[in-house]
Each structure stands twice: as C-alpha cells, then as structure tokens.
Write a protein that binds this ligand. Sequence first.
Ligand code: ZN
Length: 263
Amino acid sequence: MIEQILFLIVFFLAFSARWNWWRTKQKGIAVLMYHNIGKVPHKDNKSLWVSQTKFEKQINFLIKNGYTFLGFSDLGKKTYPEKSVLITFDDGYKNNLSALEFLISKKIKANMFLVYNAIGKKNYWDENSPRKNAEEKLDLQTLKKLQQTNFMEFGAHTMDHKNLTEIKPEEVKYQIAESKIKLEKTFNTTIQAFAYPYGAGAFTENIKKEVEKTGFNFNFSVKQNLWDFKNWNKYKSIPRIFVRGDDFMLDFKLKITRGKSRL
Ligand SMILES: [Zn+2]
C-alpha cells in the first residue's frame, strides 16, 4: 500500500515537472516560433524540427479553439481578441514551404524573419555545426509569390545571421539597419519587426536601442512567454513561444496558455 502511494506521489511530481499544468494562465498574444518543418535529415538539434503532421495538428487546434491569427502588419493596436496568435518562422528555410502553403490554404497569416544575404542560399553561418550549409533557404521568386497571396509577411533577422553580441558596434549597426533597407526595397513594403539571431542573451540593451533607433517597432527575442502587449512598449523585447519538435500536444496547449510547459 505504502509503495503504491509513494509510486503515485513520485509519478505525480515527475509529471508536474515535465508538464507544468500548475503554472498560472497568462494573458497576451502567443507568438509561436518555428524553425524547420519536416523530419530531421541529419545530425541536428532535433528540437528545431517540427514535423508537418505535428504542425498541421497544432494549427488545426488553434482554428478549432477560435484563435485569431495575426500578421506583423496587424501589430501595434491597443486591443486584440483574447485568443490571438502570431506564427513566426525564423531564417527562411525552404523546408517551410509546405507549412506556409498549408497556412495560406486556410487563409492564415504566416510571418517570416529573413536573413537578407541568405535568401536563396544555405545557412552558411552555422560554423562548426553539422547544420552548416545543410539547409537551403527559400529563394526570392518563391518569397515574392508567397507575398502576393497576402498571407505572408516578413520581418528582419539581420544580413548574415551574426551573433550581435560578438561583433563591433559598426557591424551591429550594419547588420540591423541594412537588413531593414534591403528587405523594404526588395519586397516594397515596410518592415517593422526584427528578431535577434541566436538564443536568449544574444542582444544587449545597446543592441536593442540600435534596433529601435533603426525604426523597427517590434523586436522579438526567444525569451519564453506570452506577449503581454498591454504592459508593453517598443523599448521592450517581445517574448515568443519556442515550439519544439519533441513537444506533445499537451506541451503546445500549456505553452499557448501559460508561456511554458516544462521546468
Ligand atoms: Zn535564426
């Protein structure tokens, strides 16, 4: 009897550590962050790959539960429907195409952070990683076709996917400002959103100021949470929700309501 009770307690604690149902529900926009869509083709960080099936399941769940899908151009308002979501893809991978087409077929806005110099190329920046040059990027022609559907919007993710904390201030300036200028010219639109390459800690207060000074109204980090837009101003970075390849539907549901699913 005691063993059974102990077992139940241990199970309960382990479950609660892995799936944080006990976190309080948060209010705000769920900014989802995806990288690659599909099966992991080589030795890579598995969490960066979400299968097409999983992706469609997640989107169908959002549709079924009455979520409003936003694009970058919808941002900056005072209020949003309580269940609002912004779907973002980082880096502009070619393997995102089927996911993008799926969203467009459902009339859902997709948002993509592009690395300007990498358009139509490979991820040349992943030094010392099996990922280096492995993944092709969407080419300009395809990106323009997607833009014409009016369900695809772009944000900037620097010129060369540099870690902005590791380069000189002039280069930081160039990586940020030039990406805005080049993308606006290329896509004939205003680029308001910027995402820092690499994980948490890949920017400083000064780098953030530079992004704001350049004219970006929204700077996105990879800090995990919902975006409490009511208590936000453009000097604050916007948290996102990293949808991992090994997430279960339970993780997804916890993340979009609580910001996080695990410890
Ligand atoms: Zn990136």
